[in-house]
Design a protein around this ligand. Sequence first.
Ligand code: ADP
Length: 262
Amino acid sequence: MSVDAAKNPERPTTGTTTAELVRLERVTKRFGDQTVLDGLDFSVSAGKHVTLIGPSGSGKTTILRLLMTLTKPDEGTITVDGDQLFPASDKQVREIRKKIGMVFQHFNLFPNMTVLRNITEAPVTVLGMSRDEADARARELLDLVGLADKCDSRPSQLSGGQQQRVAIARALAMRPQVLLLDEVTSALDPELVAGVLDVLRDIARSTDITLLCVTHEMGFARDISDQVLMFDSGRVVESGPPERIFGEPREERTREFLSAVL
Ligand code: ADP
């Protein structure tokens, strides 16, 4: 299935067809006897925002981990920007991974580095960006996530919500084509969730980045998504624009899930 058909009326379209950036074809993943993803097909077009919802254990995070090459599929094909991920040489994987940014549930900042250094480290060491350029870009990104005054702080001096906003800036500093968001507010105290979601809404609105997002925040999913995929037991139960999935779900499983979480 493609997200092309799903247009978010709040986001202008250019009228041109956008290229498929991420594509999964017949992807199966097993852990021991358990089939976690079962012949999964879907694609995400450049610039679109796709959200994966569904009960815990339905395989959503596994999809993001496959895209990050943190785990391998047992069957099927995964391509990013036309390049196949499995099999690929280490060099090819390194190149593909430059196109993908990921923000995790736990922020995984480098504790011994300042906020600024957390953001500049990979652009300098992996992309070969000059320190000055990386610093300037990091300051812009810190401004974008509302933390311009925290350049010199250490992660331990920040709240969880602030740390997560640094992690988002760090991922964006690599100028990825696609940003994977894995339940990025699940580990936060409730009062810190809104600030992080606001930053992500802003990024979704103001950049052309492609988003693939696993979330339990249904209001957020409704706001930012072009397409929502409802998962259960490693399969897409149904998919469509957020107004339809949340407003008029067709499948009983989706209705059950939404009534439990909304
Ligand atoms: P979700 O993100 O929808 O909660 P996951 O993709 O994290 O689901 O997990 C899907 C299923 O795969 C779960 O039953 C989980 O226990 C299992 N699983 C995930 N990773 C591993 C692993 N490394 N080893 C064994 N089982 C795993």
